[in-house]
Design a protein around this ligand. Structure first.
Ligand code: ATP
Ligand code: MG
Length: 180
């Protein structure tokens, strides 16, 4: 499984529809300060269902919608589509390519789609839950977080790595089983 492409439209600084094609392996995004590099990462977190405005570096959820510039009027909605290559069947769905879309309007309502079919956030969470790319999987290490991790106590660092690796839930299951 790997991320194939990301399309952003009306999301933060991306007023016009922009598609980033991602290849297997490492992708680097380079650019001057304030050019929108972190906004790309925010778009991935958002389309995967992020509900916290702070996690998206905003004050309120509406802040993800393009707010306008001196030359361009604000937009009424943000839309992000993330396409995932599922040739290895890591996602429990009968498609070799899976597109997840989230759309949000200024009244705060969000719409979600899997391969173009309207669905609930819960459906997306369930689809991703054992794939390692769910919303609370620590897949995104933000600016400054790396520093915090390097300075953390060894136990905390271990918990962080275990959670990212998906070990934590098995540890919890084991502890529960032993208690019984
Ligand atoms: P750095 O190198 O400093 O980390 P960066 O490339 O990561 O910079 P971002 O934080 O991704 O930059 O982008 C910040 C830019 O996005 C700012 O110019 C900000 O005005 C713009 N921006 C954020 N939200 C919106 C929005 N809702 N509408 C329009 N522009 C926005
Ligand atoms: Mg940044």
């Amino acid at each position: 499984m790997h991320l194939k492409s990301l399309t952003v439209k009306g999301f933060k600084s991306f007023a016009s529809a922009t598609t980033l094609r991602l290849e297997p392996g490492i992708t680097c995004v380079v650019g001057p300060n304030g050019s929108g590099k972190s906004n790309v990462v925010d778009a991935i977190a958002w389309v995967l269902g992020e509900q916290g405005a702070k996690a998206l570096r905003g004050g309120k959820m509406e802040d993800v919608i393009f707010a306008g510039t001196s030359g361009r009027a604000p937009l009424g909605r943000a839309e992000v589509t993330l396409t995932i290559d599922n040739n290895d069947g890591a996602l429990p769905i009968d498609y070799t390519e899976v597109s997840i879309t989230r759309r949000m309007f200024r009244d705060g309502a969000s719409e979600y789609e899997i391969n173009g079919n309207p669905c609930r956030l819960l459906d997306i969470q369930e689809l991703l839950s054992d794939s390692g790319i769910g919303r609370e999987m620590h897949i995104i290490v933000g600016q400054g977080r790396l520093d915090a991790m390097l300075h953390a106590k060894p136990e905390d660092r271990r918990a962080f790595i275990e959670e990212a690796a998906g070990v934590l839930k098995h540890r919890k299951r084991k502890e529960k089983a032993i208690r019984k």
